[in-house]
Ligand binder design. Structure first.
Ligand code: ADP
Length: 232
């Protein structure tokens, strides 16, 4: 089963001629079936870490591997296989506004290699997030909470073993956050690995899962059954 491993991983950017580390010397293992909250203030490196884990960006130093395979070194079908292991929700909404929800999910299904079974997979993913029947709607016709759930459905369309979620709960009210947390808990109890960057501190405290804390790009805390702010 997929295990994500980061070994002394750093990612930096040049800013006004100076090297700025977004993530610095992080070593971390996430085992299949874990539920990990990634926390830290804005700019701490959470999005960068998620992108490194999913192979969207490559580290400048160190290595990110999935099941022992260095992601950056995989090409062709091996790379595709790795990409399809991850369901990703980025901070920026990836739904195409001029396409229906059904089309948006179908595009994701085709990208995941499911052309023939795409519509059925899209319907199933929407049912999982409790939004059956919105296939013909456009994103603008849905509430923010519904849009976030559609984005989750988009990430779930090919039933990936790992979900990497960046601020899925941002700008949502308590009811919507709670619904999403319930849903994620259920997906996790069925075996899906979840790594989620969030600021929703009270929910992190209630759920008592693994809490990984970043400060200035460095690993500051990694606590099992943790709470927001735990560092040991
Ligand atoms: P967080 O998700 O915790 O808010 P980020 O991972 O987005 O943090 O960013 C960490 C740091 O890296 C920030 O200082 C940010 O400005 C910088 N950074 C991230 N991506 C880029 C990029 N593509 N180019 C330049 N700097 C970046």
């Amino acid at each position: 089963m997929p295990e994500i491993h980061l070994e002394n991983v750093s990612k930096h950017y040049m800013e006004e001629g100076r090297t700025q580390y977004a993530v610095r010397d992080i070593s971390l293992t996430v085992e299949q079936g874990e539920f990990v909250f990634l926390i830290g203030s804005s700019g701490a490196g959470k999005s960068t870490l998620l992108k490194l884990m999913g192979g969207e960006i490559v580290p400048d130093e160190g290595e990110v591997s999935l099941n022992g395979l260095n992601i950056a070194r995989q090409i062709g079908p091996w790379r595709t296989r790795i990409t399809r292991s991850f369901g990703i929700v980025n901070q920026e909404c990836l739904l195409i506004r001029k396409r229906t929800i059904g089309d948006n999910l179908m595009l994701a299904a085709v990208a995941a290699g499911m052309r023939r079974k795409g519509r059925a997979a899209a319907g199933k993913a929407l049912a999982i997030v409790g939004l059956s029947g919105v296939e013909d709607c456009y994103p603008a016709e849905l509430s923010i909470g519904e849009c976030r759930r559609v984005e989750l459905a988009r990430a779930l369309v090919n039933s990936p073993p790992i979900l990497l979620l960046d601020e899925l709960t941002a700008n949502l009210d308590d009811d919507n956050i709670w619904d999403l947390m319930h849903l994620l808990n259920e997906l996790n109890s069925r075996g899906t690995t979840i790594v989620m960057a969030t600021h929703a501190s009270q929910y992190v405290n209630i759920m008592r899962r693994r809490v990984v804390t970043l400060v200035d790009g460095k690993l500051f805390g990694d606590v099992r059954n943790g709470k927001y702010g735990d560092i040991v």
